[in-house]
Design a protein around this ligand. Structure first.
Ligand code: HEM
Length: 72
């Protein structure tokens, strides 16, 4: 479901039951925002229901590079 995530608006996959926090977040998934999100979702978007954190910066960079590779 994260195919094409880089560059798209947060909380906009049709039919997914987002938290109000993410649904109402007016952010675009840039590389910078994805890095903040993966490090600490609750800090970027307080009230989100994603709690998974990737604390290693290289791991975050690798994940974001992978997400960018996936065609829209
Ligand atoms: C490297 C792994 C992961 C990546 C790259 C990732 C990335 C993301 C992104 C970008 C979103 C926002 C989606 C959107 O705007 O449409 C999201 C949402 C979410 N993720 Fe993750 N995620 C990861 C792992 C996980 C894990 C392991 C869990 C659960 C254990 C999880 C639970 C969620 C939930 C529940 C949401 C919806 C949050 C909300 O509605 O507030 N994620 N994730």
């Amino acid at each position: 479901m994260h195919k094409g995530i880089v560059g798209r608006a947060a909380g906009t996959v049709p039919g997914y039951n987002y938290s109000p926090a993410l649904r109402n977040a007016k952010i675009i998934w840039t590389e910078q925002n994805l890095d903040k999100w993966l490090n600490n979702p609750q800090e970027l978007i307080p009230g989100t229901k994603m709690f998974y954190e990737v604390k290693n910066a290289q791991d975050r960079a690798d994940i974001i590079a992978f997400l960018k590779e996936r065609a829209r």
